[in-house]
Ligand binder design. Structure first.
Ligand SMILES: [Zn+2]
Length: 550
């Protein structure tokens, strides 16, 4: 008996150890250098980036200089600069003096010579060159895509969320620090090509060596992973959008042979702006304009230059991800990537572990777009339809300080968590106020998931910690367990955290009734002995009817 128990106990311990092992990911020192605010990052605050980069499409090489303007926050004499292999740093200069660098993989530690006084503003220039990592499957793996358009012209683009901006230019490669005063991006390309980047085109200059230099400027803070360069045989057209903050310049850069197609298809951009200004408040970057830029990969939320490669098709590459038909009424890439201008670019997360704030809200934005143009039930059915894509195998929030994003459920489950929360709030006016309030109160800020969760809890006056913990930090979907007998409905939440307690709407014989279950059984008098009970399908919860409904 004892032996047997011990055997069982041991088996149990071993099983648990294995389960834990399989959940833990192995991180390296490089992951920590990339993903944490190291002491060599913490003492200086980036104010401005200036990128000067020459692109040789034939050799697939870059040669350039990044100039970083920064403010000294505390004592320090070593700066961490990130630049990924196989690119190499040629020289680092401050005040005309060449500085000593120690390399550790993709992190480079630069010892400054002149004393760094707290409050002082300094500049440092990093010259670099080489053949950058080539993207195999942009935007997911990231890097540079060297393609040709169907007329045989070079068609080149960068996309680097996750892998990081340092895959093609030297920077402080961490989301917590955005350049407060924006960036200048100067791109030199063969004279027959056009280079498009973020913000506004300030100048273009013909150089002596049959090249052309395009200077773009962003005046707002920007995530460095959304700084991008796109090179091709581009032509452009534009329109004005009379929006909440005045007249917004909307500009479209497309391949020459796609111009007439784009003029029709890109009408979705204006429809997107209308819907999102309604739900989220003014477009956050009027000063920098809004652009859609055609690229040789699917698309990405580059700030003020949303990149587009959906092939002028509706849906996601012509597919409706929700399988409801709603997703084929609009171009997924235009709507989704533009949604990130509010959630991702305006409100950015400090750590990529909290990336659901970007993707959950933006996925949910697709539903709000659908609702705005096609009605409330159209939007809700889109939300429900996406649930088939949820895995529930790993948590949405990833690992902090190691550049570790959470599970892909951050999209559809994050979306449905918000859709569920909206049902709980049960007041569409207030819900819209919260969405707009987030964009106003966290305007151009870098935040944590916890800040967003606490903000919503405060504005709704609801105790939401167990709710967010359940959906973001646990993989179980709460189930409402219930049965009706002799005129009483008995119910409770199961398959969830002990503290999980949120109201839910039931249809009892077709009549909407709100109950407030906890993990303890409760009862509700039905005043009838025959009740048909259904949980409102807009809640992303499971339900188990015990003993059948009577
Ligand atoms: Zn996204």
């Amino acid at each position: 008996m004892l032996k047997l128990s011990l055997y069982f106990l041991l088996t149990l311990v071993i099983c648990q150890a294995n389960a834990q092992l399989s959940e833990e990911r192995a991180y390296t020192r490089q992951d920590s250098l990339r993903g944490s605010v190291t002491p060599e990052r913490a003492w200086w605050d980036v104010l401005h980036y200036q990128l000067d980069v020459s692109v040789d499409p034939e050799k697939k090489t870059l040669k350039g200089t990044t100039t970083i303007r920064y403010k000294v926050l505390e004592d320090g004499d070593v700066l961490q600069i990130d630049l990924q292999n196989p690119l190499v740093i040629d020289k680092i200069i401050q005040d005309g003096k060449s500085l000593e660098v120690t390399h550790e993989g993709n992190a480079h530690f630069v010892r400054v010579v002149k004393p760094q006084k707290v409050g002082e503003i300094n500049e440092i220039s990093i010259a670099y060159s080489g053949k950058p990592h080539e993207a195999q499957n942009a935007p997911w793996d990231g890097g540079v895509t060297w393609a040709k358009d169907s007329a045989g012209n070079h068609f080149i683009a960068t996309a680097n969320q996750g892998i990081g901006a340092s895959v093609w230019w030297p920077c402080k490669d961490h989301q917590y620090d955005e350049p407060d005063d924006g960036a200048v991006i100067r791109i030199n390309v063969p004279a027959n090509l056009v280079a498009v980047s973020n913000g506004r085109l300030k100048s273009q200059k013909r150089e002596k060596n049959k090249t052309r230099t395009y200077t773009w400027e962003v005046v707002n803070p920007i995530n460095n992973y959304t700084i991008n360069m796109n090179i091709g045989d581009y032509v452009s057209f534009s329109e004005k959008y009379e929006g909440e903050k005045g007249s917004l310049d909307m500009e479209y850069w497309v391949l020459r042979y796609n111009l007439s197609k784009a003029k029709i298809h890109f009408r979705d951009a204006k429809r997107t702006m209308q819907a999102f200004e309604h739900w989220f408040g003014p477009y956050p970057f009027y000063e920098d304009s809004y652009k859609l830029v055609e690229v040789p990969y699917l698309g990405m939320e580059h700030q003020s230059s949303v990149t587009y490669g959906n092939g002028y098709r509706m849906g996601y590459k012509g597919i409706d991800l929700s399988s409801t038909g709603q997703g084929l009424k609009w171009d997924f890439i235009i709507v989704h990537e533009t949604g990130h201008e509010w959630f991702g670019n305006n409100i950015s997360t400090k750590d990529i572990a909290d990336m659901w704030v970007h993707e959950g809200f933006t996925s949910y934005a697709e539903s709000l777009f659908t609702e705005y143009h096609y009605g409330k039930e159209a939007g809700a059915s889109y939300s429900r339809g996406l649930r088939a894509n949820i895995q529930n195998s790993e948590t949405i929030i990833g690992d902090y300080d190691v550049n570790g994003r959470g599970s892909g459920d951050m999209y559809y489950k994050g979306h449905n968590m918000l859709h569920t929360l909206r049902q709980i709030v049960n007041d569409d006016g207030k819900w819209r106020e919260i969405l707009r309030g987030l964009n106003k109160d966290f305007y151009q800020q870098v935040v944590t998931s916890q800040q967003v969760e606490e903000y919503i809890a405060e504005k709704t006056g609801l105790l939401l910690k167990p709710f967010f913990d359940q959906y973001l930090r646990d993989i179980r979907i709460p189930a409402l367990e219930y049965w009706a007998k002799d005129g009483t409905l008995i119910y409770r939440w199961t398959n969830c955290l002990e503290a999980f307690a949120v109201p839910v709407d039931l249809y009892i014989n077709g009549k909407k009734t709100r109950v407030e279950p906890t993990t303890e059984f409760q009862g509700l008098e039905l005043n009838t002995t025959t009740a048909e009970i259904k949980v409102d399908p807009n809640y992303y919860v499971y339900s188990h009817s015990l003993y059948g409904n009577r």
